[in-house]
Design a protein around this ligand. Structure first.
Ligand code: ATP
Ligand code: MG
Length: 435
């Protein structure tokens, strides 16, 4: 394996290159994505939590479930030098819930609204929108079983996607009821599937006894066809579960958030309860799901904490970045000044001038090449700066600096000593030049 090649399933996210359409989402796209999300989560009083990238393997086995593909096939698990079994986190919720219990965030007596973002690791077959190191943004509400909490997290997810200008999204909603509801449903499902066992894909045959609900989200066409006519979990909800689901739907309607009910959208583990949802994009090909979430009232206690209802979601940021990139909707943060200089005396002054301007809020890029002015001016044009600052021997001598507005070509000479006094006016002129 060549050492000058990143590993399969990982990706370098490069800075934007001025004037070039990058083939892949660059850090400008990522920053725009993260900034919009932060803003929307902040407005809803969600606070950021950062947990470690690796944890004890047992946390994920218990917190995600041993019967899942993630734990069964996809984890990056290794022994460290102290012979402990560690795992690179494949998702965010288990770590967040561990921190919630460990630091007794429940003892604060209020609902905890948390969000996180960062890299996750799963050993999967790499393809467009599916990597081995990928990034998620997640939101969790811990400590409320109110259907309003389900609707709140859903509304935030749809707000983020809307703020990014994404279209062609479909929101699928379901209820998986309580563990008791699912037990009754499970029996009916097994009764229905057993006569079809020979036609199911091998994984699904295997799941028939272990985890039959998961057969419903098999990607095998023949299995899907059989699943189409399976009994619906919605017919097995107890009255309380039905009421929770009805309230979620009613509130979504009140918010004019369109949804489609998909009774085959299930999560097969005991700690999932009630609401389950997914948001898919028709612009992404096979890797269509951009956001998945739901209620997990049993997880906190499953991991050893007090009974705590909870609901949340996670978005796949690579998939969002691909969509944003396709729309080319993101402009890189613009540069205010490109500073060119020539001659020892002038060059020596550039550091101080750049620093002064940055301290009063301008963005400044200094040309360090020492090449001829002509070449530096070309780079200034390409930089996308609002103005070029020019410092030659004559200006250095006189204590002045030339300013050339790159769009209009207008030029003025400023005294270096009064640069700070001109800052307010310059900010306004830059804003006007860009308008
Ligand atoms: P999928 O069915 O696509 O494998 P999943 O059910 O495994 O998804 P979740 O565990 O619910 O996914 O994760 C939430 C979101 O994280 C997904 O909807 C997707 O956008 C993103 N995601 C999951 N795995 C990957 C991956 N390997 N590469 C990129 N994004 C991913
Ligand atoms: Mg997966």
């Amino acid at each position: 394996m060549a050492i000058l090649q990143n590993l399969s399933g990982t990706e370098d996210i490069l800075p934007p290159q001025p004037g070039q359409g990058a083939p892949m989402a660059d850090t400008g796209v990522w920053q725009a994505l993260e900034a919009r999300a932060r803003e929307i989560l902040g407005r809803a009083a969600y606070r950021e939590i950062r947990t470690p990238i690796f944890e004890q393997t047992a946390l994920f086995e218990r917190g995600i479930g041993e019967a899942t593909d993630v734990v069964g096939k996809e984890m990056y698990t290794f022994k460290d030098r102290g012979d402990r079994s560690l795992t690179l986190r494949p998702e965010g919720t288990a770590g967040v819930v561990r921190a919630y219990i460990q630091h007794k965030l429940h003892a604060q007596g209020n609902v905890q609204r948390l969000w996180y973002t960062g890299p996750m690791f799963r050993y999967e077959r790499p393809q467009k929108g599916r990597q081995r190191q990928f990034h998620q943004l997640g939101a969790e509400v811990l400590g409320s079983g109110d259907p309003r909490a389900d609707v709140e997290v859903i509304a935030i997810a749809t707000d983020i996607l809307r703020a990014l200008g994404l279209e062609n999204l479909t929101f699928y909603l379901n209820s998986v009821g309580t563990a008791a509801d699912r037990q009754r449903y499970r029996d009916a499902l097994v009764d229905y599937l057993t006569p079809h066992k020979a036609d199911l894909d091998p994984d699904s045959q295997d799941r028939l006894s272990r985890n039959p609900l998961r057969i419903l989200d098999s990607k095998d066409p023949k299995t899907q066809e059989i699943a189409q006519s399976a009994p619906s979990i919605l017919d097995y909800l107890a009255p309380d579960s039905r009421q929770h689901f009805d309230q979620v739907q009613q509130q979504l309607k009140d918010l004019a958030i369109p949804f489609e009910i998909n009774p085959r959208l299930v999560r097969g583990l005991d700690y999932y309860t009630h609401t389950a949802f997914e948001i898919q994009s028709s612009d992404l090909g096979a890797q269509a799901t951009v956001c998945g979430g739901g209620r997990y009232d049993g997880l906190v206690s499953q991991l050893g904490g007090p009974e705590t209802p909870a609901v949340g979601w996670a978005m796949g940021l690579e998939r969002l970045a691909l969509l944003l990139q396709q729309r080319q909707a993101v402009a890189a943060a613009p540069l205010d000044f490109y500073l060119v200089s020539r001659g020892d005396r002038a060059t020596a002054q550039t550091v101080k001038i750049a620093q002064t301007l940055r301290q009063v809020g301008f963005s400044v890029e200094v040309d360090l090449s020492g090449s001829a002015f002509g070449k530096q001016f070309k780079r200034a044009d390409r930089s996308g700066a609002a103005a070029c600052l020019v410092l030659g021997d004559a200006e250095a001598e006189a204590g002045t600096i030339n300013l050339k507005w790159l769009l209009s070509g207008e030029q003025t000479t400023l005294a270096q000593a009064t640069l700070l006094d001109s800052a307010g006016a310059l900010h306004q002129q830059i804003a006007a030049a860009r308008a």
